[in-house]
Design a protein around this ligand. Sequence first.
Ligand code: F6R
Ligand code: MG
Ligand code: MG
Length: 363
Amino acid sequence: MQTLSVIKADIGGWVGHSAMHPEVLDVGRERLAQAVQSGLLIDGQAHACGDDLFLVMSHDRGQDDTAIHEYAWDTFTTGTETAKNLKLYGAGQDLLVDAFSGNIRGMGPGSAEIELVERQSEPVIVFMGDKTSSGSFNLPFYKMFADPFNTAGLVIADALHQGFAFEVHDLKNSKKIMFNAPEELYDLLVFIGSPGRYAIKRVIARSTGEVAAVSSTDKLSLIAGRYVGKDDPTAIVRCQNQFPAVGEVIEPFTTPYIVEGFMRGSHYGPWMPVSLADAHPARFDGPPRVVALGFQLANGKLVGPRDMFDDLSYDNARQKANDIADFLRLHGPFEPHRLPLDEMEYTTMPAVAAKMESRWSEI
Ligand code: F6R
Ligand code: MG
Ligand code: MG
């Protein structure tokens, strides 16, 4: 049994919240190389999407392993020192507690981990998001694992025809539930259509019981009880054979679906699929980005990445995303560009409401 863990955090932006400084990325790379040398990891790579550092770690210690989580935490604190020295913006912003204890969940960084028995050939895609929230993978996961208009294999491939099961988390009440697709699709959609509250944590292949996909569902604002930054989620998806093909896994991103995030975490915007080279949201702190890194696992080694959205066939999606962003921006401070009142990460409402209190009168 092997484990693929992706643990990520925003520990400082360059410039503002737009990107990661190369020296911070170097800290991640060096620390992971040391961990491979010491034998903690089989392999490890550090990547950036926007201002977030994603540690892709392959090991044989299982999920929720204290040593792995602590190593990731220490990497983020070391990177924060570099960010502070360069006076980068928001240095250490996702590290919500002073010291590590036991498990990184609930401490600020996001995590997605998958335990697997490596198949004869094991293609996986690691998605990295920036300027958006946990829950944003609901729609793409639904398309990959439940929509035959996206995934042809659900209809015409024996290995997928039994469908997939979805583990959904209620982020506000810390509860989870399983749904079987296709027979419970309508029930599933009642919940996952509201990604601010309900997020798909895992998808299971019903033919084998194996985990097909996992996403980070850590919600910074719920952990901190206030706005501290966007979740900028990650996801891992296994591909081919009993799972959707690589092309089916990345197909949902040909539509830049609208997600929450963007400027001040308080606006809806299109989720733009980009290459690593274009993963630095600038315009109105956006639009939100998603990168897809493809790997073949070889006895736990990460053979890759292939930068899957570095492809002409995603140009239309990017063009569409720019058009949608232009159009939504025209709404300025009005909904539905701005999030509804109780969902905004930033608000002046309580203060302004208090100031205006005495000026309201009956109609
Ligand atoms: C979005 C994000 C940014 C900031 C914005 C204001 O996730 O982090 O859009 O919210 O740049 O940042 P502050 O309040 O730090 O000036
Ligand atoms: Mg940031
Ligand atoms: Mg970010």
